[in-house]
Design a protein around this ligand. Structure first.
Ligand code: ZN
Length: 492
């Protein structure tokens, strides 16, 4: 169904810093590019948040009936530390530390990335191109930029001439950086760099002896600059001018600014119509950093194998928690907030699970049509998932009222109600129905009941019954422990 025809989707465009009505280049089709991970270590929780935000964007566009081509790359040709043009490439560094081939590093962490995203129920992108698979195209783009007179070669490396570019185009158009602040690395100033100006950035770097990942080129045996691969792969698969480009806030400068400069130089066009940036993530109100120990891997949240959160959380709880904040707000990952989300998530699932048992009534006491419209209005307003979730909780209330015969819906309304809830919960938000916690809650309740009965037996000096309860629970692997505060239990 072409729902997009009835929906006025607005997207906050980082380029204009305002919400704009979304009009794709080709009616009914959307081209979307999101900067993927550099596969030199386990995927970072902050990156998972960014990718999850775009997973929901992808899902909603599909739900609206668009044919979406979603490209998310894999950076496997290690770029340099601190996104600078000097220093050691991160993949090579990790290969040296682990004493393995760089391509083994790439393979190991690509697999980890895919496994993690699958656990969190991500839809795979339409194309997932790799930087190393597009070296030929990257060399071609460097030629094009050199032909336009906007790149120069020094000692086997090629740099983009930012100052020259800025005479005819606006460098800083996305990030708002002024030329004097658009310096690409501090080491350029100490005379070690071949660059003409500190604002220039590398398109090709000559490899030193230590650098293992290298390819032949007309300029030297070396490797491409990081910014180049995204210009190459986005335009190759989506065209010179495409709809949406996304990424984390931290990529605005220099990465996305450089992408615009490169692509614009080659095609003469504005490459991207809507730039979207997801905000950062904090852990316990602080910046996440391995060095301070304030760090958790996405997989460790699921297993509970970490020291920063109170317990393990199901992937859908984490996803639900993410969606309770808007993608442009900072998200603070903290135990108490996650526990609150967990309660909300299971409340929502309980209601969703009872949908099939609801029976139609003779009248409708709730305006389903207007409620459904509000759900769409929330998502059409720059993918406002927290507002959508608030509307879903209104639905939970109605479901519970119907169960208690305090509300009713006629058959037609009930069908719309069910279909809308299912579509937004599962298709758009990408939640899965996890009931494990639910059944363990029930077991807890049953054991508590048996403890109460055992206490009554003991109070009545019915030792035979109280021992029987204890022994049969032990046989089931449930251990009772009597203490001053009462009886507690553990399940093995
Ligand atoms: Zn990129």
């Amino acid at each position: 169904m072409e729902l997009y025809k009835d929906n006025q989707l607005k997207i906050y465009n980082s380029l204009s810093k305002s919400k704009e009505l979304f009009t794709p280049v080709t009616e009914g089709r959307v081209g979307m590019y999101v900067c993927g991970p550099t596969v030199y270590s386990n995927v970072h929780l902050g990156n998972v948040r960014t990718f999850m935000s775009f997973d929901v964007v992808f899902r909603y566009l599909l739900h609206l009936g668009y044919k979406v081509r979603y490209v998310r790359n894999i950076t496997d040709a290690g770029h340099l530390e601190n996104d600078a043009d000097e220093g050691e490439d991160r993949i090579s560094k990790r290969a040296r530390l682990e004493e393995i081939e760089p391509m083994e590093v790439v393979q190991r962490y690509t697999v980890d990335f895919h496994e993690t995203l699958a656990e969190y129920n991500f839809l795979p992108p339409s194309i997932e191109p790799t930087a190393t698979g597009h070296i030929v195209e990257q060399i071609e783009m460097i030629h094009e930029i050199m032909d336009k007179g906007l790149a120069y070669e020094v000692n086997g490396s090629v740099y983009f001439d930012v100052l020259k570019y800025s005479k005819s185009a606006h460098y800083g158009i996305l990030s708002g950086r002024k030329m004097e602040d658009a310096i690409h690395n501090s080491r350029a100033l100490d005379g070690q760099s071949d660059k003409k100006n500190p604002q220039d950035f590398a398109l090709w770097k000559k490899a030193d002896e230590r650098h293992i990942m290298r390819w032949p080129s007309p300029w030297s045996e070396g490797f491409p600059g990081w910014h180049l691969e995204c210009s190459v792969m986005s335009t190759k698969y989506l065209g010179d001018q495409f709809d949406i480009h996304g990424g984390g806030m931290d990529l605005k400068f220099p990465h996305h600014e450089c992408e615009i400069a490169q692509s614009h130089t080659c095609s003469g066009k504005t490459p991207v119509n809507y730039w979207m940036h997801a905000n950062m993530l904090l852990l316990n109100s602080q910046k996440m950093a391995k060095s301070t120990g304030n760090f958790v891997l996405p997989k460790e949240i699921i297993t509970g194998d970490n020291s920063v959160l109170s317990k393990a959380f199901a992937p859908s709880v984490v996803r639900f928690f993410n969606m309770q904040a808007h993608y442009r707000s900072i998200l603070d990952f903290a135990s108490d907030a996650l526990e609150a989300s967990e309660k909300g998530y299971y409340k929502l699932m309980e209601a969703v699970n009872s949908l099939d048992n609801l029976e139609a009534g003779k009248t409708s006491t709730f305006d389903v049509t207007s409620w459904k419209q509000q759900c769409y209005t929330a998502m059409n307003d720059d993918f406002n998932t927290p507002i959508l979730i608030a509307h879903l909780f209104e639905a939970v209330k109605v479901i519970n009222q119907i169960k208690e015969n305090k509300a009713s819906l006629i058959s037609e309304d009930l069908e719309i109600f069910k279909a809308t809830i299912n579509a937004f919960v599962f298709d758009v938000l990408g939640l899965t129905n996890e009931t494990k916690q639910d059944s363990s809650d029930k077991i807890d309740g049953v054991v508590e009941l048996l403890i109460k009965l055992r206490k009554e037996a003991r109070d009545n000096k019915d030792w035979a019954l109280s021992d029987q309860i204890r022994d049969e629970l032990i046989a089931l692997g449930i251990q009772l422990k009597d203490g001053r505060e009462g009886t507690t239990f553990s399940i093995n």
